[in-house]
Design a protein around this ligand. Structure first.
Ligand SMILES: *Cc1c(COP(=O)(O)O)cnc(C)c1O
Length: 345
């Protein structure tokens, strides 16, 4: 695969902004190169534009090389940059499964790139052949999300492989919920598949949504494109420092994940016993998609009790469904109590 064939012409020709810290690497005693203010350390200094220390840690954790990693202001940045780098507005198109995460379409709309949807089947799966049949020579990206949001299931991995092996553009595989999944990440296949881009995030298992840090894993060539197009200082100093500290204790994250998976089965069982619950879809994520008798009424009742879930009633294939995030034992008990009150009304 020739990455230059996929790139937008203006991006292929782009000379990126060169910042002071790109030109000088290493430690010095006097920094007079970036028009920074000498007071208010450490926030007076621009952060590392390529987040090298953080990438070394993440590389070790994920079994990758630092040159295969892009870090952005949430996964949202990684998604948006793919459009900006690879999709010619009004000419190219992208393809995604549906239903799925809403940001892919928002980024397509912002970038004026046509967004094609392939509706999943009743089990929220797809056939690679049918998906690929919707591509044409202008299809640059295919978005897959596994485990998928809002359905909660993992996509069949052999179908994902078929898409990667038979698509001429880039496959964007969103693994935001992979830490909660019984399935393996596709990270180990990155060297085999130069057209694979994997998104992960610190917002879910790593419990750091407020810090805004997302990861994209891909070939060094694709990562170089991302680095060229991104804002120079896209991850701020405090986020880099706090996440470095957080990465020193991955066992804390494992404990949270184990607890949340336990709470997920507790919720599954408790919800299944309620007469208003018609179906609980299998989940490989930290949420459950639950079909209930009257989703809007239940949603409104829960809001009035101060309990907010996501109403997915108006999403295709999710009619009648609420998406419920797994919380602490206390939060889940509060939800169950409120649902019981709703039934007793
Ligand atoms: C929550 C979520 C993300 C995370 O996005 P951030 O910008 O990293 O917070 C990414 N993809 C999916 C499918 C999600 O549900």
């Amino acid at each position: 695969m020739d990455i230059n064939q996929l790139l937008r012409k203006n991006i292929a020709a782009l000379s990126p902004y060169s910042c002071a810290r790109d030109e000088f690497e290493g430690e010095a005693s006097v920094y007079l190169d970036a028009n920074e203010n000498p007071y208010n350390a450490p926030y007076n200094r621009y952060p590392d534009p390529l987040q090298k220390a953080l990438k070394e840690k993440i590389a070790a954790l994920k079994g990758l090389r630092a040159e295969q990693i892009f870090l952005g202001n949430g996964s949202d940045e990684s998604i948006d940059l793919a459009f900006r780098a690879f999709c010619e507005p009004r000419i190219d198109n992208v393809l995604a499964i549906a239903p799925t995460y809403g940001m892919y379409k928002v980024c397509a709309d912002i970038n004026d790139v046509a967004y094609r949807e392939h509706l999943l089947d009743a089990d929220f799966q797809f056939k690679a052949e049918d998906l690929l049949a919707r591509c044409d020579e202008h299809t640059k990206l295919i978005f897959l999300c596994s485990p998928n949001n809002p359905t909660g299931n993992s996509l069949c991995s052999s179908e994902i492989v078929k898409v990667i092996e038979n698509f001429q553009g880039l496959v964007m595989l969103d693994e935001a919920y992979i830490d909660f999944s019984s399935q393996d990440s596709f990270c180990s296949l990155l060297d085999k598949y130069p057209n694979l881009v994997i998104f992960q995030t610190f917002s879910k298992a790593w419990a750091s949504a407020g810090l805004r840090l997302g990861m994209a894993f891909a070939s060094p060539e694709i990562i170089a494109v991302y680095n060229k197009v991104k804002y120079p200082y896209n991850v701020n100093l405090q986020t880099q420092q706090l996440m470095l500290a957080h990465l020193q204790e991955p066992q804390r994250i494992q404990a949270w994940v184990t607890e949340l998976i336990e709470q997920r089965s507790f919720l599954q069982q408790a919800l299944a016993a309620l007469p208003i619950v018609q179906h609980i879809y299998p989940s490989d994520a930290n949420f459950l998609l639950v079909k209930v008798d009257d989703a809007d009424a239940l949603y409104q009742y829960l809001v009035a009790q101060g309990i907010i879930v996501r109403n997915r009633n108006r999403v295709r294939l999710c009619e009648g469904c609420l998406r419920i995030t797994v919380g602490t034992a206390d939060e889940n008990a509060a939800l169950m109590a409120a649902m019981q009150q709703f039934i007793n009304l």
